[in-house]
Design a protein around this ligand. Structure first.
Ligand SMILES: N[C@@H](CCC(=O)N[C@@H](CS)C(=O)NCC(=O)O)C(=O)O
Length: 204
């Protein structure tokens, strides 16, 4: 399998999940501006949606959408505990979390990366994000991980998008449990491995 990724983008989440699950992945970096892959392919031809993450399966099919990809990877290794069993309430809780992170957080960050976004829109989007982080901070004040006492794919996704806060100058210091969560995830060996592989940190 091959994961098309861009360093530090939302594709970091499936990258972490694959490493945590012990699934060997080939990685191919994408220049999202030029829409070209490291191997000089036109990325539009690979993924007509033009964005990462995209997972090329061994049967030649392309799977897109981060929440679907992380669940696919986690389900390849059910014993990893990265996704609760299908059909159970905890699994729907995970989908609830993935949907929330995807639509309420991830996509609210997007305009903050666009230099053309006016200052007042920027401010409104940051206020919106803080409102959306508040319930997550309350959950994480009571338990280590979004779903309870087990690290799952939802945590990998929350960590990935929350890492963007400092890049867009979003102050989240009012959320101590969330900040502690970020440190807890960053300290996981497989998360460090993913970040090193994407060039997001230096080897110690
Ligand atoms: N709906 C997609 C959105 C993926 C997405 O926003 N990818 C960003 C990086 S985090 C991207 O590749 N943007 C480049 C572009 O849209 O041109 C998902 O949830 O996986």
């Amino acid at each position: 399998m091959k994961l098309f990724y861009s360093p530090g983008a939302c594709s970091l989440s499936p990258h972490i999940v694959a490493l945590e699950a012990g699934i060997p992945l080939q990685l191919e970096k994408v220049d999202l501006g030029a829409k070209r892959t490291e191997g000089s392919q036109d990325f539009w031809q690979v993924n007509p949606k033009g964005y990462v993450p995209a997972l090329l399966l061994d049967n030649g099919e392309l799977l897109t959408e981060g929440p679907a990809i992380v669940q696919y990877l986690a389900d390849l290794k059910p014993q990893s505990g990265l996704a609760p069993a299908n059909g159970t309430l905890p699994r729907y809780r995970q989908q609830e979390s993935l949907g929330y992170i995807n639509s309420e957080l991830h996509k609210t960050y997007s305009p903050l990366f666009n230099p053309a976004t006016p200052a007042e829109v920027r401010q409104e989007r940051k206020d919106y994000l803080r409102r959306r982080y508040a319930p997550l901070d309350a959950v994480l004040a009571k338990q280590d991980w979004l779903l309870g006492d087990q690290f799952t794919a939802a945590d990998a996704y929350l960590f990935t998008v929350t890492n963007w806060a400092r890049m867009v100058d979003l102050d989240l210091s009012e959320f101590p449990a969330l900040m502690a969560f970020q440190k807890r995830v960053a300290a996981r060996p497989k998360v460090k491995e993913a970040m090193l592989a994407e060039g997001l940190m230096q080897a110690a």
